[in-house]
Design a protein around this ligand. Sequence first.
Ligand SMILES: [Zn+2]
Length: 265
Amino acid sequence: MTSSAPLLVDSHCHLDRLDLTSHGGSLDAALAAARERGVGHFLCIGVSADNARTVRELADRYPDVDCSVGIHPLDVAPEGAPTLEWLLSELNHPRVVAIGETGLDYHYEPETAEIQKASFALHLEAATITGKPVIVHTRAAQADTLALLREAALPQGGVLHCFTEDWPMAKAALDLGFYISLSGIVTFRNAEALREVARQVPADRLLVETDSPYLAPIPYRGKPNLPQYVYEVAAFLADLRGEAFEAFATQTTANFRRLFPLARA
Ligand SMILES: [Zn+2]
């Protein structure tokens, strides 16, 4: 890669969960392979109290990795619900540049809606206190997600990551100052409705991510996903939107820096 090449950011990856078989078990090698493809920064996402320390250690180890801390909606257990005190102490770490992932998932666990909402509200309270942006996972929970985001009215906003909802949901989130992040799902054969959303998101509000190790883009669908494949996601989206790849990469990286000002991207 030349120094003038546009830099991509993988705005959402789970570096502590990657299947590293294709890189000889080495995270160093997996990150090097991504850098070779122009990926200049990685946001490693916290999902539980258990992995908060791990993602912080990764951010401390690699200068091009930052992290977030939070409890995934599908990881919230009544006995494991975070406290505001815990969240704030985690967010105090300088490499924790965002809160999440948090949010609501009624597709997989409608029965835990109430504790998911309580946890999401707590994360939003921490976002209000710290001013850090929030990373939101939302699935089949549009009304409640938007109601809680409206109530929080965060000036710094955040992102709806791995977006798979419809345009009215995207539009409502954009109106609240949120960004929309797209993953490899947009490349899937049956994702035409999502591609229609992807064509409409304003250029200055779009992010790209892998959500690795999940949901590898075509042509790697079904294989372990890796941060290097954010190149495939970005190339696909640039083509879909009729934008030059270089301009698309430059724009989405600028968007990332604007949303996550504490990141070292
Ligand atoms: Zn995730």
